[in-house]
Design a protein around this ligand. Structure first.
Ligand code: NZQ
Ligand code: ZN
Length: 395
């Protein structure tokens, strides 16, 4: 990690009751008319949506509502949002929800600020030149989109799930009240914690030649231990504020490049998972848990010492200097055991309730290779055949 850039332009407003400041911060960042974008039911049911709207009114702002974002957000609703914003002269988009809602808001923001078809940006046909201003009220600690430059969207035509990272794709502000996550179902809490951990792991497993900074390793390892400890507490006591706060802030730090520069990271598990959630509609974090162990066993020989370090520093497994491979494998098993402990699947059968067919494996790998136009991964560069092998190991 000898060269890197840091860009973290999002203002964070963290703590209890902070959602009551939503209107004030929209106004501060230039809003006149706000699109309040949200998901299925949770924000309505909890009363959060009403509180946010009251805060916009208090700030003297007009707003329109657009709900219905599904997990793994879809392009169709983004088109609808762009049209609505144009008709209603919306000049600010406020996402009230999790990664799916924030990513959908980013898609609308790109479509509003640029002429032409918004999918072209996700399909790498054109470069983004701007994004409408965005804010977020976060309701689940998971994707880290509140402070990342990334948006991940699924095109229903072919069920292609694509990530788009640009310097324009940051929220102006992110409101984070850990109390808002009390209502999460246990599965979503666990899936979110897994995603947070894998964001850190993807950055931990860089190309073997990359120079590592001890400081960054220390942050990453502490974050992993912290999320594991607090995930167990939050699952036992969903209304434990401290545990929810630890997880929420870890989620943001895991994906704003504090735990390493994304461009040096591996990201294979994310690419393999995105095809699973596109094809089967599964929760992203659960999909990551289902492939991580198979990926790890497939690649660990590229740098056994790195996996052994993870085992020793995160799981307190005694480092076997005569046989570091044994330590590395124990660490992989310990990670999977933690995932199972919090109710996550560690293979695809447990994720989707059936074994992948050979045809599905080939389709997933083909789509993951962007129709055989790319490799994935840096710790080990994976070709199409490797992607098939990992899906086969994980099936
Ligand atoms: O739709 P509602 O009813 O709100 O229910 C949601 C949804 O079913 C529910 N939920 C959220 N907050 C809740 C709640 N239920 C009760 N109480 C609350 N407080 O949780 C479910 C999942 O929500 P979602 O937004 O999909 O979760 P997450 O934050 O995990 O986002 C997943 C999406 O983010 C992408 C993933 O691929 C996936 O599409 N990612 C985005 C990234 C980014 N932009 O930087 C990076 C990630 O690696 C990831 O790929
Ligand atoms: Zn993720």
């Amino acid at each position: 990690m000898d060269r890197f850039q840091v860009h973290a332009p999002t203002q964070v407003i963290f703590g209890k009751d902070t959602e009551s400041q939503a209107g004030r911060w929209c106004k501060y960042y230039g809003a006149h008319k706000v699109l309040v974008h949200f998901g299925g039911q949770s924000a309505k049911k909890s009363g959060l949506l009403d509180r946010v709207c009251a805060s916009l009114e208090e700030a003297g702002l007009e707003y329109v509502l657009l709900g219905g974002v599904v997990p793994n957000p879809e392009l169709g609703l983004i088109h609808e949002g762009i049209k609505l914003c144009r008709e209603q002269n919306v000049d600010f988009i406020l996402a009230v929800g999790g990664g799916s809602v924030i990513d959908s808001a980013k898609g609308i923001g790109y479509g509003l600020a640029n002429a032409g078809e918004v999918w072209d940006f996700y399909a790498r046909k054109r470069d983004v030149a701007a994004c409408a201003p965005l804010g977020a009220v976060l309701t689940i600690a998971a994707a880290g989109s509140e402070m990342s430059n990334c948006s991940v969207v699924t095109n229903e035509d072919g069920w292609l799930k694509r990530g788009l990272s640009t310097d324009y794709g940051y929220c102006k502000f992110a409101i984070m009240n850990p109390e808002l996550t009390y209502t999460l179902p246990a599965y979503q809490t666990a899936s979110g914690c897994t995603d947070i951990m894998v964001h850190t792991l993807e950055r931990y497993f860089t190309a073997p030649s990359t120079q590592q900074l001890a400081l960054i390793d220390g942050i990453a390892e502490t974050l992993l231990r912290n999320v594991m400890r607090n995930a167990k507490i939050a699952l036992r006591e969903p209304e434990n504020y401290d545990a929810r706060a630890e997880i929420m802030w870890s989620g943001t730090l895991s994906h704003n490049d504090t735990t390493g520069d994304r461009s040096f990271g591996d990201w294979s598990c994310h690419q393999l998972e995105h095809e699973l959630s596109a094809m089967f509609g599964v929760a992203h974090g659960a999909g990551l848990a289902a492939v991580w162990g198979s990926w790890a066993r497939y690649v660990y020989k590229e740098n056994v010492g790195r996996f052994a370090q993870l085992a020793a520093n995160v799981f307190n497994i005694p480092y076997n200097f005569r046989n570091p491979e044994a330590t590395a494998l124990e660490g992989i098993a310990a990670m999977e055991s933690f995932f199972r402990h919090i109710g996550m699947p560690t293979n695809i059968h447990d994720l989707i309730g059936k074994t992948l067919s050979e045809e599905e494996i080939k389709t997933l790998a083909y789509k993951c290779s962007f129709m055989q136009t790319r490799t994935i991964g840096q710790f080990k560069v994976l070709q199409l055949e490797d992607m098939e092998n990992i899906y086969r190991m994980a099936k």
